[in-house]
Write a protein that binds this ligand. Structure first.
Ligand SMILES: [Zn+2]
Length: 410
């Protein structure tokens, strides 16, 4: 009898211990998952073997920013018309939301790091896709709407423990030897302008100078305010020039990185009107890249964001007597006193962002066997193929590096 009671007690104790261990393990796993990146071990695959790759990054452009753009345009944005669409997880190794430095590092190197780091982790520089592309004989170009030493462009072509070390970043940008560099200048870049080799590169300080440049390699280091959201001095026009310069007499192909840098700052300011202006200017550059890729036939275009900024929430709209849901939504969106309030934060969030991929290709196919009595055909036919994209709907930002390297370094 006493033994049976003992066993019962033992069993209960065992159960309690098992329960406690389970709860602690589950809670730890949940906390780790919430705070940190856990590598799923599942990576995307793409059989595309393009010559050129264009990566467009909307800084701070969350899913609802894109939805706001759709409402504003009363139509889908250009990026929303791409063939392959999914979501990207953006967390860095720093708990909370990522910053642009860690997010760009993940995209450029495939490695998660801490906020503030520029392709750098634990005392080591991380090799970037731009460095690998250059090593493989590809041209590399960067087009941004903020200073070229900012975190997003910096992470592709430089390494720093601190994103604020713009003197060091500028030094490395100049040493990298980009083929095309368009963006704003700053003190750090101004100090090094004299060191950009003028025999091979045209250094321009205005849109006019850029338009007049005949060199294949051109740098446009512009003053704040020079890049506008409408008219002829836009991100879109710089992107068009970059495509022309990078593709001229280039057998090996290129990597072009384009950033709509100010979608982020407008969202930090909870300024819907500026956000929409920056977003639609960015989407115009997306359209230019897509059309160029379609014509070129050997180019993959990927559009994504580094993180969401502003915790943007869009209310649901219904049909009313005064208008359809679509009309009502647009009216509320363009009443900025109202829609500025749709931003729920002034900082970054860890919401997933979206990715969009556009790819075309063509290859030489063997001609069909000749019919009886027919001369064999000697000409190979060029056929278009639709690129196989075995990419999960939800990827991690480090997977963007994996895709870029599969595409560029095949
Ligand atoms: Zn930001």
């Amino acid at each position: 009898m006493a033994k049976a009671v003992d066993r019962k007690k033992q069993n209960r104790l065992l159960l309690i211990i098992v329960a406690v261990i389970s709860v602690v393990t589950l809670a730890t796993a949940a906390v780790l998952f919430a705070l940190n990146y856990v590598d799923s071990g599942v990576y995307p695959e793409s059989s595309a073997t393009p010559k050129n790759v264009i990566l467009l990054i909307g800084d701070g452009m969350g899913e609802n920013h894109i939805e706001a753009g759709n409402i504003y345009r009363s139509n889908k944005l250009n990026m929303e018309r791409f063939g392959v669409i999914g979501e990207v997880m953006t967390r860095s190794l720093t708990p909370g939301a990522t910053d642009s430095a860690a997010a760009a590092t993940a995209m450029a190197t495939g490695v998660k790091t801490y906020n503030g780091r520029i392709s750098y982790k634990d005392g080591k520089n991380l090799e970037t896709i731009a460095e690998m592309a250059k090593e493989a004989g590809k041209k590399v170009g960067i087009v941004v709407t903020k200073p070229v030493t900012d975190a997003t462009p910096a992470a592709f072509v430089s390494h720093a423990k601190d994103r604020g070390d713009t003197a060091e970043i500028a030094r490395q940008i100049v040493d990298f030897g980009l083929d095309v560099l368009f963006g704003l200048t700053d003190e750090a870049m101004d100090a090094l302008k004299g060191e950009i080799p003028s025999d091979t590169r045209d250094l321009c300080t205005s849109f006019n100078e850029i338009a007049g440049s005949s060199k294949e390699s051109v740098y446009g280091l512009l003053d704040d305010g020079a890049i506008q959201t409408v008219g002829s001095n836009t991100l879109n026009s710089l992107t068009g020039t970059a495509l022309k310069k990078l593709s001229a007499n280039n057998e090996n192909g290129f990597l072009l990185i384009v950033e709509g840098s100010k979608i982020d700052s407008a969202s930090h300011d909870n300024d819907m009107e500026s956000m929409l202006a920056e977003l639609t200017a960015f989407d115009a550059a997306v359209s230019t890249c897509r059309n160029w890729a379609q014509e070129n036939g050997e180019t993959v275009v990927m559009v994504t964001a580094d993180h969401e900024t502003g915790g943007l929430k869009i209310p649901k709209f219904e049909d009313t007597d005064s208008g359809t849901a679509k009309q009502n939504a647009r009216e509320a969106l363009t009443d900025y006193a109202t829609s500025n309030g749709w931003f729920t934060k002034t900082g970054h969030t860890s919401a997933n962002v979206k990715y969009f991929i556009y790819a075309t290709g063509s290859e030489l196919a063997q001609p069909a066997a000749p019919a009886e009595g027919e001369e064999p055909k000697t000409e190979y036919l060029e056929i278009n193929y639709s690129v196989k994209m075995d990419i999960p709907e939800e990827i991690d930002n480090t997977d963007i590096f994996r895709l870029l390297s599969q595409w560029l370094l095949h």
